[in-house]
Design a protein around this ligand. Structure first.
Ligand code: ZN
Length: 181
């Protein structure tokens, strides 16, 4: 990541909105934002497969996992955050639970749209774990909708993506949705 470039951009941005980037309170801001970027956009260039290489054998259990989710909307560069749920039915092999959380972070830590984040996570799990099926549900609040007053605070957006045996299986889909809501 080009820290120097981010700092220049933040200074320009502050000027652009009519601020004085040299006033005391803002002097350290470009540096702070640049360092924060390496964390909140750290998923850029990362491959989700790196977390899913190690798998272990498991009997036919279904699995559902809830993960706290933080990402940034690529249209406004404002946060969206909430819960992600990963349900999957393994075909003999499973990944460690923390690895599933790391997988969604690879995609969350970049400029994103919620629909795409949901699909990318499901597709990565299908590709690397080759389970019988995956369903990913994300429920998130978008600051670009609540902070700008377009909608009431607390409005949540729900997206879900089904792959494998979950596809077109309303009974299975409804079971997961009932569990997560
Ligand atoms: Zn937005």
């Amino acid at each position: 990541m080009d820290k120097e470039k981010i700092e220049q951009a933040v200074r320009l941005f502050l000027e652009g909105i009519g601020e004085d980037p040299n006033r005391e309170g803002l002097l350290g801001t470009p540096d702070r934002v640049a360092r924060m970027c390496s964390e909140i956009y750290g998923g850029l260039g990362q491959d989700a497969g790196q977390y899913l290489h190690t798998t272990f054998e498991a009997k036919n259990n279904e699995l559902i996992l809830e993960i706290d989710l933080y990402s940034v909307c690529e249209h406004h560069l404002l946060p969206f955050y909430g819960k992600a749920h990963i349900a999957y039915i393994p075909d003999g092999r499973v990944a460690g639970l923390s690895k599933l959380a790391r997988t969604i972070e690879v995609f969350a830590k970049r400029p994103q749209i919620q629909e795409q984040l949901t699909a990318q996570t499901a597709d990565a799990l299908m590709e690397h774990l080759k389970p019988k099926g995956v369903m990913v549900v994300i429920e998130a609040e978008h600051m670009c909708m609540t902070m700008r007053g377009v909608r009431k605070p607390g409005t949540k957006t729900l997206t879900y993506v089904c792959r494998g045996v979950f596809e077109n299986n309303d009974e299975l889909i409804n079971r997961v949705l009932m569990m997560v809501r």
